[in-house]
Design a protein around this ligand. Structure first.
Ligand SMILES: [Fe+2]
Length: 244
C-alpha cells in the first residue's frame, strides 16, 4: 500500500473518534510516522516542473493544493517560490504535521502561552460627550495579542518533518529562502471559525521591531493580532497525486 493510502486509511479509521482520542500521544506518533513516509511522488509533485518556472515572466504566487479533508482533518500542499513567505499565523487547538517534499523551509515558531484581549474606549464623537456627562464609556475589545515564548528558527530540509501541538510551536511562519519548496501539511482538526478555530495572523517579530513586542515577563513576547497581510495570497493548484 502506498504511503498516502496508508495515511488516508488511518485517518478514515480515526474519523468516528472524538478529537481528544485523535490527539492521544500514541495516535499522534503513529500519524507522524505515516506523514513522514509520504513523498512528493505520492502527491504527484515534480520539483523540476516548478524549478523550470524560474523565467522572468513567471508569477511568484504561492500555490495551494487541496489533497483531502474530512471533519477531523485536512491535508494540503503549499508550494512556495524562492523568497516567499507564509506569514506568522496560529493553529488554535490543532496538531499539524509539516513534511518538506522538496526545497528548504525556514520555520520560525513560538509556543503559545495565552491569548490576551485589552479593552479600549469606543471611538467616535459620542465619547467626549459621554465623558463630559460623567457617564461610563461603552467599551469593546481592543487589540488582541498572543503571549508566546520563542521556540526556534529552524531550517527544515527536503525529506524532513516538523510538528506542532496546541501549545508547542503553535504560532509559526514559513519562508522558502532560495529554492522552490513544497510542504505537505496534515492539520487536525481543520480551521473552523464557528468551532472557535479561526486562523489569526500576527505581526512578524522580525519586521516590526521590539516596540510591539513588549515582554510581559522574562522570556515571553506579545505578538499583535493583525489582518491577513495584503502581500499574502495563494493560487489554487491541481492535485495530481494518489486518489485517497
Ligand atoms: Fe501553519
Amino acid at each position: 500500500m502506498g504511503a498516502l493510502r496508508a495515511l488516508g486509511r488511518a485517518l478514515h479509521q480515526l474519523g468516528q473518534l472524538p478529537l481528544s482520542a485523535i490527539h492521544e500521544e500514541a495516535t499522534v506518533a503513529r500519524l507522524g510516522e505515516l506523514v513522514n513516509a509520504v513523498s512528493a511522488a505520492d502527491l504527484g509533485m515534480v520539483e523540476a516542473e516548478y524549478s523550470s518556472r524560474m523565467a522572468a515572466d513567471a508569477d511568484n504566487d504561492i500555490e495551494f493544493i487541496d489533497v483531502g479533508e474530512a471533519e477531523n482533518f485536512t491535508m494540503c500542499v503549499f508550494v512556495l517560490p524562492p523568497g516567499t513567505r507564509i506569514p506568522l499565523h496560529d493553529h488554535p487547538g490543532m496538531i499539524v504535521f509539516s513534511k518538506v517534499l522538496f526545497g528548504e523551509l525556514e520555520c520560525e515558531s513560538y509556543n503559545l502561552i495565552s491569548r490576551e484581549s485589552s479593552r479600549a474606549l469606543m471611538p467616535g464623537k459620542s465619547a467626549s460627550r459621554l465623558m463630559a456627562l460623567g457617564l461610563n464609556l461603552p467599551r469593546r475589545p481592543g487589540p488582541t495579542h498572543a503571549v508566546v515564548e520563542p521556540n526556534q528558527v529552524d531550517i527544515v530540509r527536503a525529506g524532513e518533518m516538523r510538528s506542532l501541538t496546541p501549545t508547542r510551536a503553535n504560532v509559526h511562519s514559513f519562508f522558502s529562502r532560495d529554492k522552490w519548496t513544497a510542504v505537505f501539511d496534515l492539520v487536525m482538526p481543520p480551521y473552523d471559525d464557528e468551532a472557535g478555530r479561526p486562523c489569526t495572523y500576527f505581526d512578524d517579530v522580525c519586521s516590526t521591531g521590539a516596540d510591539l513586542n513588549k515582554p510581559s515577563s522574562p522570556g515571553l513576547l506579545q505578538l499583535r493580532e493583525v489582518p491577513c497581510p495584503s502581500w499574502f495570497w495563494t493560487k489554487r493548484g491541481v492535485y495530481k497525486g494518489t486518489p485517497l
